[in-house]
Design a protein around this ligand. Structure first.
Ligand code: BES
Ligand code: MN
Ligand code: MN
Length: 453
């Protein structure tokens, strides 16, 4: 296996760079053609890797790419999931090299999607190619790579329901998460859910002169800021009534298990250029970013933001707000609680609208399963160290949907680093991680096929 990887190292990388040159931004319709081109590229590489029936399935949004290879009815079936779409690259001016002209510096690939998720799902295609070309696949394999993950996977639910039989599998294998560090491999056993809303505060029926009316008429931006500020109390807790009602608290044992993961707070602060961290009283930084729910403003606008100064009391102000959810919160329940509360705290003189965007369920995977054991052994074999089970802070809403629609659990065997700058300018992925992933994945198949007997 290593030999095949060794001899094909450069080609594997060149192919990934070619994929990274396609700006498959799912959120922006200007890139619609590029998104499709990325899907076709993936389809062709699946065929080249030795998979059968590689096909683009149309959806009302971007296409889903699917391929499969059946080897033996007695063997378990692995369904690999990933996404070929990427986040918008804005702001472009903050990139040291252009986001869609992948560049290698310091043993890292710099490009939008390098880690999330092109670099990561591409490892699977190359690992499958390597297995097919050498000892053969020890499991049946199905690969589904979607193009709308970064915009909420709106059409994937229906696709999965309509193709239940085709997607039938024993386990779902996903590389779209992070490890603690290259020295400390880890396996995520949970992800947070998401409730995402947009709010709009309207005051007077038109923009006003801020001198003529200022001080006597509610300013929607001032009001919005006060409303948002009131959503956390002095202990960093979210003030929405009922928000914590369904939060599953971890036992002390679970918390102390998770606390064993190495974490250097000073290094964390230095890396982010911050003087201190913050968060809910009584929990550690690692807990704040994984097992506790959050509320964050992702964007806020209104009034005059152009050059120079314009004296105006604006008619409207808006914000986009995300809430990360933990078991057993649900996006529907939280969106409802948020909406009711946010409207109730609006002062007289303004009206408030709340528009829900996408949401997703939190997810946890059992660690006492053969699936998790196979992943753990695979990482141990490749890294020479047992991976530490962790809980992740990001969201992959499709994991809960797979469980509901297919009754299948997901294994989150990601190889990225939190410092890879996902969704940020200068996203990158380590060459070490790319190759280590290709080395680790076949071990998963080996152990899984042995353990699942
Ligand atoms: N790959 C990420 C999620 C992730 C990143 C999980 C790092 C764990 C560690 C995924 O592509 C993503 O960005 N998901 C979105 C959710 C989606 C509904 C837009 C997110 O978490 O914001
Ligand atoms: Mn991703
Ligand atoms: Mn992402």
């Amino acid at each position: 296996m290593t030999t095949y990887l060794e001899t094909n190292k450069q080609r594997f990388l060149d192919e990934l760079l070619e994929l990274l040159r396609i700006p498959s931004v799912s959120a922006d319709s200007t890139f619609k053609g590029d998104v499709r081109r990325a899907a076709e590229f993936v389809r062709d590489k699946l065929t080249a890797a030795g998979l059968d029936n590689a096909t683009l399935y149309e959806t009302p949004g971007h296409p889903v790419v699917y391929a499969e290879k059946f080897v033996d009815a007695a063997k378990p079936t692995v369904l690999v999931y990933g996404h070929y779409d990427v986040q918008p690259a804005d702001p472009y001016e903050l990139w040291h090299t252009p986001p869609f002209e992948p560049t290698i510096r310091n043993e890292r690939i710099y490009a939008r999607g390098a880690c999330d998720d092109k670099g990561q799902f591409y490892m699977h295609i190359k690992a499958i190619e390597a297995m097919v070309a050498t000892d053969g696949l020890p499991c049946n394999v199905k690969v589904m790579i979607e193009g709308e993950e970064e915009v909420g996977s709106d059409h994937l639910g229906l696709f999965v329901t309509e193709h239940r039989d085709m997607l039938k599998a024993d386990v779902i294998l996903i590389s779209d998460t992070s490890i603690i560090s290259n020295e400390t491999p880890s396996l995520e056993m949970g992800l947070r859910g998401l409730s995402y809303v947009e709010v709009q505060v309207t005051g007077p029926n038109r923009d006003l002169h801020s001198g003529v009316y200022g001080g006597g008429v509610a300013n929607p931006i001032n009001v919005l800021c006060e409303m948002i500020a009131s959503l956390h109390d002095e202990n960093g807790r979210i003030t929405i009534p009922g928000f914590y009602d369904n939060v599953a608290d971890l036992t002390d044992t679970e918390r102390s298990e998770l606390a064993k993961a190495p974490f250097d707070l000073e290094e964390y602060k230095r890396d982010l250029g911050i003087g201190d961290v913050m968060g809910e009283t009584g929990y550690s930084t690692n807990e704040h970013t994984s097992i506790r729910p959050t509320l964050d403003v992702n964007g806020i606008w209104g009034g005059y933001t152009g050059e120079g100064a314009k004296t105006v009391l604006p008619s409207k102000a808006s914000a986009k707000i995300s809430m990360r959810l933990v078991p057993n919160q649900t996006p529907d329940e939280i969106t409802e609680l948020f909406t009711r509360h946010f409207k109730s705290i609006a002062p007289a003189g303004v009206t408030v609208e709340v528009m829900p965007h996408h949401g997703g369920m939190p997810y946890v995977t059992p660690v006492d399963s053969v699936e998790f054991e196979a992943a753990s052994k695979a990482m141990e074999e490749a890294w020479g160290k047992k991976p530490i089970p962790t809980r992740g802070g990001g969201s992959i809403p499709i994991t809960a949907l797979f469980e509901r629609e297919l009754g299948v659990k997901s294994i989150l065997m990601g190889f990225g680093l939190d410092s890879d700058a996902l969704h940020s300018p200068n996203e990158s992925y380590g060459l070490f991680n790319f190759y280590k992933g290709i080395e680790t994945i076949p071990y998963f198949y080996k152990y899984y096929s042995a353990l699942k007997q």
